[in-house]
Design a protein around this ligand. Structure first.
Ligand code: NAD
Ligand code: DAU
Length: 343
């Protein structure tokens, strides 16, 4: 299969967790590719994630919103492709403030598609999620399966995907979609299960497990995910979606226990709390399509988690300031004790 050669990329949402890992991977492996990062710097975006790239030739950072059509149009006119990571991404926050998700994940995606169409880009890649398939009680999700999202977050991501798909049909937009599973690794804001449990354990705080901890996810090391996205960008078939996952499912309780083992924490830190409303209990993406392109995950969950624990131990100055102010307001609103039945 021939390889697509892209010289100038607009990476939206590049200051977040996966976006910044992707940009750093790209600078390491293909320094000839010019990268413009566009990021609004919400609570989840962090300039520190990209600090090592500041001043490098072929790299620049622009602060801005993907919903700002004028700015996106201006930047899109200077590149041959867009990769979009920009999104509101935390399911629990989407239950408290759905509209922020609709704005960025649907309208923002539409603005990017419109700019890619107008400037006749070679390709636009949307970084989507396995959550668009909804709760998958048995079997594996294949890319052609119906989208059955169940949270405002996953519905907004699916909405963005469907809108982009309409641009393929209506205008011939050269669209690629990746549907990644649950990422973990360096620079993840400490609200998703892995960095939340690691930083809580390091501070001797409780690990809040929804319901009984039996919900399973396919946890993928962020660098594996980024390599998958890069491969799809270079070799993916336009118009197609690709799951990016490991094929291994792990429960929330197993995540908590492994974090405690790796941090030397005591089982008394496990705390079962009220379930997430509309909690999806299982995601299980099939990875044969991306495997055929030549991608396989390299890092198994235990190794990746040990590496991640080390990173958080060595980078307290990165995460400690994030756990303050609004963070604890959200925490108090989100986590509630399990209701006890009154007889
Ligand atoms: P994140 O929350 O860490 O980062 C999101 C980034 O987008 C931040 O830098 C933020 O400032 C930026 N952003 C938000 N709204 C914006 C806007 N309107 N305009 C410009 N920038 C904006 O997210 P992440 O975990 O790195 O996820 C990145 C992408 O990957 C998202 O599209 C997400 O849906 C998708 N994804 C995430 C996972 C996961 O496990 N984290 C898995 C699969 C797919
Ligand atoms: O599957 C990909 C998705 O993974 C991404 O698209 C999302 O952006 C990302 O946030 C993530 O969504 P999840 O809802 O699966 O991730 P989260 O870390 O929030 O939850 C993972 C599991 O752990 C889920 O079953 C809920 C449980 N959990 C989570 C938190 C935050 C807990 O038990 N306690 C918690 O405090």
């Amino acid at each position: 299969m021939s390889e697509r050669v892209l010289r100038r990329l607009l990476v939206a949402g590049g200051a977040g967790f996966i976006g910044s890992n992707f940009v750093k991977l790209l600078r390491r492996t293909r320094p000839d590719v010019e990268v413009t990062v566009l990021d609004k710097l919400t609570y989840a975006g962090n300039p520190a994630n990209l600090r090592e790239l500041e001043g490098q030739e072929g790299y620049r950072f622009v602060r801005g919103d993907i919903c700002d059509g004028e700015m996106v149009d201006h930047l899109a006119g200077q590149v041959d492709a867009i990769v979009n990571f920009a999104a509101e991404t935390h399911v629990d926050r989407s239950l408290l403030d759905p509209f922020a998700f609709v704005l960025t994940d649907v309208l923002g995606t539409a603005v990017l598609c419109e700019a890619a169409r107008k400037h006749e880009h070679e390709v636009i890649l949307l970084v989507s999620t396995d959550e668009v398939y909804g709760d998958v009680t048995t079997g594996l999700s294949k890319e052609a399966d119906a989208l059955r999202p169940r949270s405002p977050y996953s519905a907004s991501k699916a909405g963005g995907e469907l809108l982009a798909r309409s641009y393929v049909e209506s205008f011939g937009l050269p669209l690629l979609v990746t549907r990644g599973s649950n990422n973990y690794g360096p620079n993840q804001f400490p609200e998703k299960i892995v960095p939340l449990f690691i930083t809580n354990a390091l501070d001797g705080l409780k690990l809040p497990i929804y319901n009984d901890g039996s919900a399973v996810r396919d946890y993928i090391y962020v660098e594996d995910h980024c390599e998958g996205i890069d491969l799809v960008l270079r070799k993916g078939e336009v118009g197609h979606a690709y799951n990016v996952a490991t094929g291994v499912q792990t429960s929330g309780l197993e995540v908590a226990r492994t974090v405690l083992e790796l941090t030397g924490g005591d089982e008394s830190l496990l705390e079962f709390v009220r379930d997430r409303p509309g909690h999806d209990y299982r995601y299980a993406p099939d990875i044969s399509a991306i495997s055929e392109l030549g991608w396989q995950p390299k890092v198994n969950f235990r190794e990746g988690l040990a590496e991640t624990v080390r990173w958080y131990q060595e980078h307290e100055q990165w995460w400690r300031p994030l756990k303050s102010g609004e963070y604890w307001d959200f925490y108090r609103r989100n986590y509630k004790p399990i209701e006890t039945e009154v007889s």
